[in-house]
Design a protein around this ligand. Structure first.
Ligand code: SAM
Length: 270
């Protein structure tokens, strides 16, 4: 197996051609970011770091759903403007996130690269965050990536990673997909990220949140699950009929046929 397979399919799907699948994914996954926005007093936490000329690095900025949720569900708009650097190996993601930003988040540098390649000349930042960002980062490259995360953060800065645990839908689903549909490099879990950050010398405090997302619309379920596996060649019917994956999906299905997915997400505070 090519250890870059999961990372490569991630890159191919976070692209213009993956737009339909991405929009169906976010019918459900927008809730991930509302949950994060409600999990902490972000205006106070960021306000403690705010000063003239402060800066923030969004690692794996994706579509900018997290800053969008913060502006929508919290009082961060009252904070002073912050210079917001966007990092992602997908140029499509960087452009999408840049277009989504609203005050106080003022787009500055586009860093089109994986976290593992962030140059040491970038930073230090007052805030560095990575939200639902590191699943496709190959586990054997995690220590290099987390060392880059740690060194980009200013000594008194705020670092936070929000990542699903090994028990959560994203990880359980991908493990079942790997077992039942095609072998691939596993996703990186919150547990692995926490251990790697500690190896990099970070003092990490863990907060766990749990919630459910669901739909009775099979088209939405199909698009969401295809994005969860970065594979739009397999239909929902094929996933339901596949060994292992079919059993996992049956465990998520209610008697009326609707799907409910269980999430457990660790917020790793530094
Ligand atoms: C689910 S999205 C992140 C969502 C984002 N936090 C938001 O607020 O919308 C995952 C992103 O991780 C990016 N990614 C994958 N591997 C990466 C790596 N090694 N370093 C940085 N970003 C990576 C993908 O290109 C994708 O844009």
């Amino acid at each position: 197996m090519d250890s870059g397979d999961t990372a490569q399919r991630s890159l191919e799907h976070w692209s213009e051609s993956g737009l339909r699948e991405m929009e169906e994914f976010y019918v459900l996954a927008t809730e991930d970011y509302r949950q994060l926005a409600l999990a902490a007093d972000w205006a106070a936490l960021l306000g403690e770091r705010a000063h003239q000329g402060w800066s923030l690095l969004d690692v794996a900025c994706g579509s900018g759903k997290f800053p969008t949720a913060l502006v929508r569900f919290t009082a961060v708009a009252s904070l002073p403007d912050v210079a917001y650097d966007l990092l992602d190996p997908s140029a499509f993601s960087v452009a999408t996130a840049r277009a989504a930003l609203a005050p106080p988040f003022m787009p500055r540098n586009d860093l089109v690269m994986p976290l593992q390649e962030l140059p040491s000349s970038c930073g230090p930042y007052d805030v560095v965050w990575a939200t639902h960002a590191l699943y496709a980062l190959p586990p054997d490259e995690l220590d290099v990536a987390m060392a880059r995360f740690a060194s980009a953060l200013a000594p008194e800065g705020l670092g936070v990673v929000a990542q699903a645990t090994g028990r959560s839908h994203y990880l359980s689903f991908y493990d079942a997909y790997r077992a039942g549909v095609r072998d691939a490099t596993p996703f990186t879990t919150a547990e692995l990220v926490a251990a790697s950050l500690r190896t990099a010398g970070m003092d990490v405090r863990e907060q766990v949140i749990t919630y459910e997302t669901g739909t009775s619309d099979r088209d939405v379920a199909e698009g969401f699950l295809q994005r969860c596996a970065f594979d739009d060649t397999v239909s929902l019917e094929e996933m339901e009929a596949a060994p292992v994956l079919g059993e996992y999906l049956a465990s998520c299905r209610r008697p009326d046929g609707s799907y409910v997915f269980s999430h457990e997400v660790a917020l790793l505070w530094m």
